[in-house]
Design a protein around this ligand. Structure first.
Ligand SMILES: O=C(O)CCC(=O)C(=O)O
Ligand SMILES: [Fe+2]
Length: 243
């Protein structure tokens, strides 16, 4: 679909234009899938600009202070900006069936409700009340070590990150990287060639992998390689809230 036509619509309508059956196939095969042209360049610029305004956020993390890498991020506070909230609630119902199928395959009892509001009620009832959507900011030399965004007992197994800057123009390097650790085997890396406004869907911590003798669980981590120059911003959408 034409990028302009897509980004003219609301986020909900935009998300419905993607071919979710083939995205599910990609997630099953690779643990990640891309949504091209999810946000327009102006939406990306507007979101990236929010980073400077403390009023939007509940906390700021300087990655070097925690050994997380180099660069910084800020968690939004509730109420989330409308676009962030819309992305979170509109992407969730597309992902919940995939999450439920993955859990069934992995022999996990947890099932996810059809709407994000119901899932967030579950998180909040368990004391996971702090919002997790975040903006990340990287400058020259910054990077994000491989990690998993787990914030308590309740975990939604898929998440989304949207690149807000344009590679090659705004920054060099800074690739989104996923690694997949397979039991008793060597790890596999995947580099996701994001462009501005493009989202990546990926597994938060584990997913089923079909082997020749049935399926088994693999452990995933994600991060960002070193930004060689320039400035890079990302919007992270995590569906569970934090303790
Ligand atoms: O900056 C990135 O591309 C990675 C962001 C990230 O770690 C996240 O959204 O959870
Ligand atoms: Fe992350």
């Amino acid at each position: 679909m034409n990028a302009q036509l897509r980004t003219d619509a609301g986020v909900d309508a935009r998300l419905r234009t993607y071919d979710w059956a083939s995205l599910a196939d990609e997630l099953d095969a690779h643990g990640c899938a891309m949504l091209h042209d999810l946000l327009s360049p102006s939406e990306c610029v507007e979101l990236a600009r929010m980073y400077a305004d403390e009023a939007h956020f509940r906390s700021r993390v300087v990655m070097a202070r925690h050994g997380f890498g180099r660069g910084e991020y800020r968690y939004f506070s509730y109420p989330l900006p409308e676009l962030v909230s819309a992305l979170r609630s509109a992407a969730y119902p597309q992902l919940a069936p995939i999450a439920n199928r993955w859990n069934a395959t992995m022999g996990l009892a947890v099932r996810y409700p059809a709407t994000h509001a119901e899932f967030i009620d579950r998180c909040h009832a368990a004391g996971q009340r702090r919002p997790t959507p975040l903006l990340l900011q990287y400058g020259t030399g910054d990077y994000n070590c491989l990690h998993q965004d787990l914030y308590g007992e309740h975990v939604f197994p898929l998440q989304m990150a949207i690149l807000l800057s344009e590679p090659g123009r705004d920054f060099q390097g800074g690739e989104f990287v996923l690694t997949e650790q397979r039991p008793r085997m060597q790890s596999r890396a995947e580099v996701v060639p994001l462009r501005q406004g493009c989202a990546v869907l990926f597994a938060v911590h584990q997913r089923p992998l079909q082997g020749t003798r049935g399926s088994y669980r693999v452990n995933l981590r994600h991060g960002v390689s070193r930004v060689r120059s320039g400035q890079r911003h990302t919007l992270g959408i995590i569906f569970h809230d934090a303790e």
